[in-house]
Design a protein around this ligand. Structure first.
Ligand SMILES: *Cc1c(COP(=O)(O)O)cnc(C)c1O
Length: 362
């Protein structure tokens, strides 16, 4: 009997490993392993979510129309060219599904988000990594890695797990240097956290042609990771393609309602941004003062580097203080940990734990 085999490439996938969410025997550990937002979800989003309970037997609006209109209003974009998804992960997967086939190449940056190679392999394509400089996407290296088989280039901007970004001029130079038949996907999951004025999430590049898509999410600053809702802004032709291949009811009614309410709660949004603006630099400074290297981040997390051997000690010290962080060895960064910005109390616990590592090493 011949074994039932999936499409070539599928068994080459190492399943995505999310951040741990539990410590044995600890009821409420500080979960700083998935960048979920220090302050949780907007109270208005939670109320909207609860209100949907009365209508659970109804299918959601398959077009996510009210949500697309709300996104369009908030971000100044044409709702007809917005497609919502079950997390931006789904949209990233659908783009690969629709535009990439066996033998094609999907190009991304060395420390780019782990889902790009996973989806590429799942559709029989070859993931190709372009080397980075200073833990930052290197446009020249990306361009030099393009071959005639390249179909999609994924750039997370800013990137997870490094927290670094490409300025708008560099992203434009990348687009200009790519063949027009290569899709550029700008994954701007952390865009809302960025306050630098040389940055743009990429909407104007989407508008400038027929071959660039920007993906966004409600899982990060909006704190709705548990609901799975993301969106993308695309040229009309690509939005049309995504609407053909997506599931008919890919965003649940609760997700649509909560996300739309979250967009309206600008007061809570401002609070989350202000919190991050205050605690990211504080955490960066305090950890650097202890003598550890921290990559300058524009996001709600930090990449902290340790001497070989100290990473495991740091993780143990953090675990002892009931703090969960993210190892990033899978990204080729075995001596680093990614730590989300948490509440004031959580951030202080992180610093106290790392201080013990320093003392232990001295
Ligand atoms: C969190 C994250 C996503 C996925 O977000 P979802 O909308 O929850 O699927 C995509 N890209 C990057 C870079 C992320 O960090």
């Amino acid at each position: 009997m011949t074994a039932l085999l999936p499409r070539p490439g599928v068994l080459d996938i190492s399943p995505y490993q999310g951040g741990r969410s539990k410590l044995d025997g600890v009821a409420h550990a500080a979960k700083l392993s998935s960048n979920e937002g220090a302050l949780g979800a907007s109270p208005r989003a939670r109320a909207a979510y609860l209100a949907v309970a009365a209508e659970l037997h109804r299918y959601p609006d398959g077009a996510s129309e009210d949500l697309r209109i709300a996104i369009g209003k908030r971000y100044g974009l044409d709702p007809a060219r917005i497609v919502c998804g079950c997390g931006s992960d789904e949209l990233i997967g659908l783009l690969v599904h629709a535009y990439v086939g066996p033998g094609d190449e999907v190009l991304y940056s060395q420390y780019g988000f782990a889902m790009y190679p996973i989806y590429a392999k799942g559709y029989g394509a070859t993931p190709v990594k372009a080397p980075e400089k200073n833990l930052t996407t290197d446009v020249d290296a990306v361009l030099a890695s393009v071959t005639e088989k390249t179909r999609i280039v994924f750039i997370a901007n800013p990137n997870n797990p490094t927290g670094t970004l490409l300025p708008v001029s560099e992203m434009k130079r990348l687009r200009d240097g790519l063949r027009p038949d290569i899709l550029l996907v700008i994954d701007a999951a952390y865009a809302e956290y960025v306050t630098r004025n040389d940055y743009s999430p990429g909407a104007e590049l989407v508008d400038a042609g027929e071959n660039t898509v920007m993906t966004r999410t409600f899982s990060k600053i909006y704190g709705l990771g548990g609901l799975r809702v993301g969106w993308c802004y695309a040229p009309a032709s690509i939005a049309d393609v995504l609407n053909r291949v997506r599931s008919p009811f890919n965003v649940t009614a609760a997700a649509q309602a909560a996300a739309a309410a979250a967009l309206e709660d600008t007061q809570f949004f401002d609070l989350c941004l202000a919190h991050n603006q205050m605690w990211r630099p504080w955490l960066t400074e305090e950890i650097r003062k202890l003598g550890f290297e921290v990559t300058e981040s524009v996001c709600n997390f930090l990449l902290v580097h340790f001497a070989p051997g100290d990473r495991a000690k740091a993780e143990a010290a953090l675990t002892a203080k009931e703090v969960i962080v993210r190892p990033v060895a899978g990204y080729g960064l075995p001596d680093a940990l990614r730590i989300s910005v948490g509440t004031e109390e959580e951030n202080r616990r992180v610093v106290a734990a790392l201080a013990e590592v320093k003392e232990g090493a001295a």
